[in-house]
Design a protein around this ligand. Sequence first.
Ligand code: AMP
Ligand code: MG
Length: 463
Amino acid sequence: MIHFNNTYSKLPDKFFEKVSPASFSEPELILFNEKLADSLGIHYQNKSDRELASIFSGQQILEGSEPLAMAYAGFQFGHPVAQLGDGRAHYLGEVNGFDLQLKGSGQTRFSRRGDGRSALGPVLREYIVSEAMHVLGVPTTRALCAVSTGEEVYRQYGPEPGGVFTRVADSHIRVGTFQYFMFQQDLDGIKTLLDYTIKRHYPELKESKSKAIDILKALTHKQSDLIAKWSSFGFIHGVMNTDNFSLAGITIDYGPCAFMDEFRFHKVFSSIDERGRYSFFNQTTIAKWNILRLADCLLPLIDENQEMAIKKVEEEVINLFDLFEYKRVESLSKKLGLNHDENLVHMFLTYLEKESLDFTLAFRNLSKEDDSFFPKTSEYNEFINLWKSKAPDTTELLNINPLYIPRNHQIQRAIDMAYEGDYSHFKKMIQVLENPFSDQDEYREFSLAPKEGQKVRQTFCGT
Ligand code: AMP
Ligand code: MG
């Protein structure tokens, strides 16, 4: 069914724990992403829903699959944790160069006090959001399958139905994976991981004489593209800890993430982000910080002399960091039909914040040149006059500024209904988000900003 061609499992044993997923009594299929399966060459056609549920909850281990939990460390909210690792996830193997991983599939050596399970809510949330991100053109892990386990898990507010999510990733290598070996002062481990990462994600660096510096530069390019895309859709990741920061430059580990409704520069949803470390506008700053944490791990490979190594990082990597702000301004300018106009972007966003306007709908209405949406304040008039004087190219704006994003209140509704056994809203939402740029009149509700009573003010890790 799946032709596995595994590379991670061939790394030294210290990279992981070989461990099987837990058993679940009644796994049931909720949704299987056939298009994604097709693109990966997975042959599911002769499998019943029951078999798919069994495979993608880890009950049936396919030939060639080598279940394991990856070791990693991380800085969580700035604080070092020498060992995290997959505490509720199982890598199954690689297909077509992508990792297949189950999430919520049971305990491992890295579970610490956790139960290794996932509630169904986070499974559905990750499914919806990661697929929406993909359609919007944002590099991301993908959703292959969602299964309910038939068991209850106990979370903050009591029992919830359990679920297992299958994701597909370019890889699960994180800055935290390097940090795991740094904390153990295992330079060999770092070297092995660096070579592996280059082979998998940066083959152009294979012959480089300065691999460690070059990968930091290459990652800076990838991550600055990624954060610029997040910014252009009002996406807030919520937990940009180094263990959730991908070496492949993809969005990974959807937890308390959210797309903004009303615009605020420093919007935060996550209940645990009390100081706004991972606020919307701080995401560029944090990405740079995370890249420097990778640099910490690589210093001994950059130069034997630590001072020299640091100097090289300053000159070659930190000097590139302006790319983060540059690309963010560029992607927001494009939403205005302009190339790079920091002043106009700032004027528009400041106006949105002041008037508490919906980020997505504001850009959409501007694209349609429908000014009925906008309160006619002096800031608005000033902006619109200056904007028009720049002769923006508005021809493509309806393909740049989406009408549909996965809104928090709709995700919440999909979860609430699913908890009552009704997956219709979840499935409808997935379908609507396949075409985020076209007006779909019958699905108008998904384009609307939340009413006062519908607003989701906080999101939770749900772990
Ligand atoms: P995350 O919130 O996904 O970034 O997870 C942070 C760390 O906590 C990772 O090491 C996870 O594997 C671990 N973790 C999260 N939830 C659970 C759980 N329910 N059981 C065991 N480990 C968990
Ligand atoms: Mg994580």
